[in-house]
Design a protein around this ligand. Sequence first.
Ligand SMILES: *Cc1c(COP(=O)(O)O)cnc(C)c1O
Length: 356
Amino acid sequence: MKWEENVRRVVPYTAGEQPGRKGVIKLNTNENPYPPAPGVERRLRELETDRMRLYPPFPEQTKLASALGACYGIDTDRIFIGDGSDDVLSLAFLTFFQSGRPILFPDITYSFYPVWADLYRIPYRCAALDSDFKIRVEDYIPKAGESPVGGVVFPNPNAPTGVLMPVEEIERIVAANRDVVVIVDEAYIDFGGTSCLPLVDRYDNLLVVQTFSKSRSMAGMRIGYAMGSPKLIRYINDVKYSVNSYTMNYPALELGAAAVEDTAYFKECCGRIVRTRERAQQELGRLGFTFPRSYANFLFVSHERVPAKGIFEKLKENDIYVRYWDKERISNHLRITIGTDEQMEALYRALESIVQ
Ligand SMILES: *Cc1c(COP(=O)(O)O)cnc(C)c1O
């Protein structure tokens, strides 16, 4: 067909499988195994259907930003809210990576980055992680004579490795790249990492992105946010309002605010996952798996003898879903989300019989 010549062709991102069946142990998309804060359910019962006639009206629109501002101790003009952090990151690519020069991100990282880059026709370059799956900071420091990059983006902790970069190293990267925007994707920062958020006061080119999908148990509500200088936030808002003014619906705004207000539950829930993760590192080590030290709600493991692909398939036969990528450098690894203690016990039992 002639019209097909004028189609924007993209290879879409492939998310982990979402088996609809009950009884599946789902450790493949880094969802939180615990429910959202109790206040979320209370607020849900108070929602008024009559409010749904209207476009999200004002106090509601600002309520979530105010709750986040209070939680992180920053003004609301430094916060951008979107429909999951995938929406936030996509708009950030569209807004900030306009130079025509290649942007830079790790070779092993969130596989949505190359998809957005291709979608928006942004050229990119990948810097290889070292053999311990660490980001090599030097690769992100511009060298004399090298052509400048168009921007930088990486997750911290990195996905799917779980490896954490210390804030001092992030600061070196941000300070060395003052002419471009640096996006730090902190989807997993609440599981024991230290956020680089305090740096936004000193660096107006730093955008810190977080999400309700993992540590706040609300992947299905689609809430993400970015924090940065008021100028960055103004630019990304201008682009957002040029695409769709009302990405955030009334329930998401209300329930998101209720989740943020309960800091005690949040800490308790993250702490539980961290404890289960520490235990999982011991158990999996005992079964002959190796992995980089994880600061996320998942482990990136490979077995000393048994190929990852076979383990992945056998686990699936046992209704345990983990994530596997048939990709260069990581085709012998599995990414396993930390579930409840009971789910993890079932995993250890299944793995024990598979690797025997
Ligand atoms: C899960 C994830 C996100 C985004 O999730 P949303 O549900 O869209 O908020 C972003 N970055 C990384 C690295 C992730 O793993």
